[in-house]
Design a protein around this ligand. Structure first.
Ligand SMILES: [Zn+2]
Length: 267
């Protein structure tokens, strides 16, 4: 009988060979990541909703984002958008729901590997290693049973909006055990920290579509991992939003604020 250590090394070997085959797929624009807004514009509190779910869905069927005033954590799966607000419960959102920031793409995920009993940090590290693509945008879906899933949702803010760091303290956190669902993540290269958060940004939705949020920590009990690599980033900006047009970003602590609000802070 194999020990856990033996199993792990076999899985790693399989992973490397399969991950090496995961390349951008140009059919149907599946090589393109579309991003509306940047995380940097949330730093000084530019939280006005400047695109809609309806508009986003013309650029893809899969994605994550946040609502106006940081109203909840959004996840789009199979063309359907769900929001997890400060109650922790997921609800569908209408096509006129507005957002200051979102990522979306056309799903064409490829199977990468299966994993069992692995923590989020270790899992993320191994996905990047197996992909060998630390300088490339890619998306990951982890579908399976999580023995523990800790998420958060920011409490909706009203104008005049606070800064991102101030809002980071106004969040509700949720914990579920043995929950089955989908974790959808986007990986951004470190050189894009500011436009996005360097590393992974992951949201979760349970299979029964009732629970989710921005993932803070998790342990995957057993699940399958799928990756999709992008070679093109379409960066859409809210060019007609007066506050965005007039804001001076030169004094904003962009990198530090994003790391604190969206990065490895596990609170
Ligand atoms: Zn998030």
């Amino acid at each position: 009988m194999l020990s856990c250590r033996d199993c792990f090394s076999i899985v790693t070997a399989v992973t490397k060979s399969q991950a090496a085959n995961i390349k951008p797929i140009t059919d149907h624009g599946a090589n393109v990541l579309y991003q509306h807004g940047t995380l940097a514009l949330l730093v000084p509190g530019l939280l006005e909703g400047t695109t809609t779910i309806g508009e986003l869905l013309t650029h893809g069927d899969t994605g994550i984002g946040t609502g106006e005033g940081l109203d909840g954590e959004l996840i789009i799966l199979d063309g359907v958008a769900y929001k997890v607000g400060s109650s922790g419960m997921a609800e569908r959102v209408p096509s006129d729901f507005t957002m200051p920031f979102a990522n979306v793409h056309r799903a064409a995920f490829q199977y990468q590997c299966s994993r069992a009993d692995i923590g989020l940090e270790d899992l993320n590290k191994r996905i990047v290693e197996a992909n060998g693509r630390a300088n490339t945008f890619f998306s990951v879906i982890v579908h399976g049973t999580f023995s523990f899933m800790k998420t958060r949702a920011v409490i909706k803010q009203q104008a005049p909006y606070p800064t991102l760091v101030e809002v980071a303290d106004r969040q509700a956190t949720f914990l579920r055990h043995d929950v089955k669902g989908t974790m959808l993540g986007y990986f951004s290269p470190v050189m894009f920290h500011g436009a996005a958060v360097a590393g992974f940004h992951e949201h979760f939705l349970s299979d029964d579509r009732t629970f989710g949020g921005h993932v803070l920590d998790a342990v995957l009990d057993r699940g399958d991992i799928y990756s999709q690599v992008f070679d093109t980033l379409v960066q859409h900006l809210p060019v007609d939003d007066p506050e965005y047009r007039n804001h001076d970003f030169s004094q904003d602590p962009i990198a530090a604020a994003i790391s604190r609000a969206e990065g490895d802070v596990k609170n």
